[in-house]
Design a protein around this ligand. Structure first.
Ligand code: UD1
Length: 370
């Protein structure tokens, strides 16, 4: 009898959890797969990690490397050091990594160095901006992976342009949307609007955490100046990322922010509350990658405060608009309030079936050697 395929999945940060959940759902349906889950511990606070495991019903990790925060080199190296003995012990047939965080690159590199095949989910995205830590992670991970699962057609083009063999590339759609589709009913039942005393479409939501926006005082100030204007015309709810909270303290922006009466700071939300808040908002302001995609799927206008995006489909056919300056942010927010926003379409294969496509391919392609 053929033995089961052992697949070791590495996750570490908030967006990873949303991408791995549908895969574990799919594994449950297949008797031929034995999954092993490793949490690197890159994110460790309840609201950045555990709440996602609970809500998305992700099984308890078989291993938690408890790495925690640190510099990029330290964090990446620490994950590799702690992951290597786990991979050596488990001897998986495949290692799966998702997204573009430090845990993604560390997982892929550790496996590749041990000659274990690697699958990268959300491959091929490129911002062409090497000052972003995520771009380095994406590029390197893709070049040492054996199975490249792509969310949008630009990803296929990018990989081919980098001379990656066509045989390794699979356009399977967006696995994050699988989670959204699956939890739709629960999302609709969320009471977050009542909790925050908000009315549908009468508020905007803000998220901000990228180093290029919150680690540089000037840039952060530019955003705050824009927010000062926007909150005069619409209430803004801001679930605040822990690194951003730290930066506000560091730059002594607390007092200025407190002065903005229509800007409401709240703790980071779990998945279900966050998507409900997003879906019922007039628009989003963000620098997150995932939110650009979720708003496109939900057809909510999204203003992305960045110079570029590795997810061009959200701008080309979705509801996303890149805002490079504070002035542009204010102008676009005004346009949305005048109902001048784009309507948007849902990209190909963002249909809730990506995990099934991925697992079908893996079961077909993985050869077992004993
Ligand atoms: C990471 C990812 C980013 C992703 C984001 C989602 C990298 C390079 N970046 O950024 O791509 O969009 O996660 O959230 O991997 N912190 C806590 N508690 C936690 C986690 C973080 O307090 O549970 C604070 C710490 O001060 C830490 C800082 O946030 O130093 C940054 O955390 P880190 O994991 O390095 O990167 P993120 O900014 O969260």
């Amino acid at each position: 009898m053929k033995r089961r395929i052992k697949i070791l999945c590495v996750v570490g940060a908030r967006p990873n959890f949303i991408k791995i959940a549908p895969l574990f759902e799919e594994f449950k349906k297949r008797k031929t797969i034995k999954p092993v889950l490793v949490h690197t511990g890159q994110h460790y606070d309840f609201e950045m990690s555990k709440v996602f495991f609970q809500e998305l019903k992700i099984p308890k990790p078989n291993y938690n490397l408890e790495v925690g925060s640190g510099t990029h080199a330290w964090q990446t190296a620490k994950i590799m050091e702690k992951l290597e003995p786990v991979i050596l012990k488990e001897k998986p047939d495949l290692v799966i990594v998702v997204g573009d965080v430090n845990s993604t690159l560390a997982g892929a590199l550790t496996a590749a160095k041990l000659n274990i095949p690697v699958a990268h989910i959300e491959a091929g995205l490129r911002s062409f901006d090497m000052s972003m830590p995520e771009e380095i992670n994406r590029l390197l991970t893709d070049h040492i992976s054996d199975y490249l699962f792509v969310t949008e057609s630009s990803g296929v083009r990018n990989l081919l342009n980098e001379n990656i063999s066509k045989k390794k590339i699979y356009f399977v759609g967006n696995i994050m949307i699988d989670t959204l589709v699956k939890l739709k009913t629960q999302i609709q039942k969320s009471k977050i609007l009542e909790k925050l005393n908000l009315k549908k479409k009468a508020y905007a939501v803000l998220t901000l955490h990228r180093p290029e926006n919150v680690d540089k005082k000037e840039r952060f100030l530019e955003i705050l100046a824009a927010l000062k204007e926007i909150q005069k015309i619409i209430k803004i709810v801001w679930p605040i990322h822990l690194r951003t909270k730290k930066q506000i303290k560091e730059f002594k922006f607390d007092k200025f922010i407190k002065g903005l009466k229509n800007l409401i700071l709240i703790k980071p939300l779990g998945y279900i509350e966050m998507i409900n808040l997003m879906e019922n908002s007039k628009f989003m302001i963000t620098d997150s990658g995932g939110i650009q995609e979720e708003t496109t799927f939900l057809k909510v206008p999204c203003l992305t405060f960045r110079k570029n995006t590795e997810r061009p489909v959200t701008v080309e056919i979705g509801t996303n608009t890149l805002c490079t300056t504070g002035k542009m942010l204010v102008r676009e927010a005004n346009n949305i309030l005048k109902e001048k926003s784009k309507k948007g379409c849902i990209p190909k294969y963002w249909d809730g079936k990506s995990a099934t496509r991925i697992v079908n391919i893996l079961v077909r392609e993985i050869k077992l050697y004993d």
